[in-house]
Design a protein around this ligand. Structure first.
Ligand code: NDP
Length: 311
């Protein structure tokens, strides 16, 4: 029985680094980073960011794909992945905190007119602008899971009115929680800022189409730190040009890296960040080792994904 690590991302953690982190927790366990061709029958767990073509087909005894992160849409939708293979994700605190900070940072930037003051200072213009007041501002947080829940409570702690939206009913101190498809238009209509931290599933893809964007309050701002394919890009551009939307802050996109000729890049109402809102996975890697151990003992796995629901 063995683990295969397959990352292939030069800008992120290298396979050997993860192997070095896991090895002390799994003495005696074979962990392959490359050159696993002769050992494919041994591999029961694949630790990966995404599934590269052909990899799963060559692992006849695979029982678990351990996503090295949170978003599992590309994995659960892979046609090569047999139904019998479990999928787990990580749920470390660090990226949840970072994404909450990302949303708070951009909201505060706008509340406090930071960009306007910066531009005015560059032109030596003394122009006092009243900050917008938190208790008079409503933040919508779509997705109240590991990351969205923390984002919602972060805004609530700053005194904002917070509306949260999820699939199932929730109770979160300081957050007015609503749930279900029918509740979303009403949530959007009340919010000055909407932060989407939803997974990409059959139910959420293309959620922000022209019709849904029309529900957003006049002058509001959409922040997307969940997945890019929730937004119909032309509909967003139209809503920014002619509609009710004042701006968008986007960290995730349908195609990443965002193509050089994409209209989002230099749109004056859009802020583009290169999928950086959640970054560090501190501590999460111990759960990779723990899941391998559980896989071999038959115990319940940590952070198992519901493959039908898609998250
Ligand atoms: P969770 O699974 O913990 O939470 C997902 C939330 O979305 C839940 O509250 C869930 O509702 C809600 N949800 C799912 N489907 C629907 C639906 N159809 N209608 C309403 N609500 C729905 O995930 P995380 O919070 O950990 O992560 C969320 C997403 O953030 C990830 O899937 C990933 O795509 C993205 N992400 C982005 C990163 C970045 O750097 N930009 C980094 C990490 C993650 P319920 O609670 O009822 O199940």
């Amino acid at each position: 029985m063995a683990i295969l690590i397959d990352i292939r991302d030069p800008s992120w953690m290298q396979e050997q680094e993860l192997c070095d982190l896991l090895s002390p927790h799994l003495p005696g366990v074979s962990i392959y980073c490359k050159d696993a061709a002769a050992h494919e029958d041994e591999i029961i767990m694949l630790a990966a960011v995404k599934l590269f073509p052909g990899v799963v087909k060559n692992l006849p005894n695979l029982k678990l794909v351990q996503k090295l992160g949170a978003g599992v849409d590309a994995i659960v939708n892979d046609v090569d992945l047999p139904d019998s293979v479990n999928v787990c994700r990580l749920k470390p605190d660090a990226p949840a905190q970072e994404i909450a900070e990302y949303c708070v940072a951009y909201v505060l930037q706008m509340q406090r007119n930071i960009q306007l003051h910066h531009d005015n200072a560059g032109r030596r213009v003394w122009k006092p602008l009243a900050p917008k007041r938190s208790p008079h501002t409503t933040i919508g947080v779509l997705g109240l899971g590991h990351i969205g829940g923390r984002t919602a409570t972060s805004f609530a702690a700053l005194g904002f009115r917070v509306l949260g939206w999820s699939r199932s009913e929730k109770r979160i101190d300081g957050v007015e929680c609503r749930s279900g498809e029918a509740a979303l238009p009403g949530v959007l209509s009340e919010c000055d800022y909407v932060a989407s931290i939803l997974p990409s599933t059959d139910q959420t893809r293309n959620l922000f189409d022209a019709g849904m964007l029309k529900n957003m309050k006049s002058g509001s701002v959409l922040i997307n730190a969940g997945r890019g394919d929730l937004i119909v890009e032309q509909a967003l551009l139209d809503a920014l040009e002619q509609g009710n939307l004042a701006g968008a802050v986007l960290d995730v996109f349908r195609a990443e890296p965002l193509p050089a000729d994409h209209p989002f890049w230099n749109h004056h109402k859009i802020t583009v960040t290169p999928h950086v809102s959640g970054w560090h996975l501190d501590g999460g890697f111990e759960d990779v080792a723990e899941n391998y151990r559980r896989l071999t003992t038959g115990e319940a796995l940590l952070h198992q994904v519901d493959r039908q629901a898609g998250y």
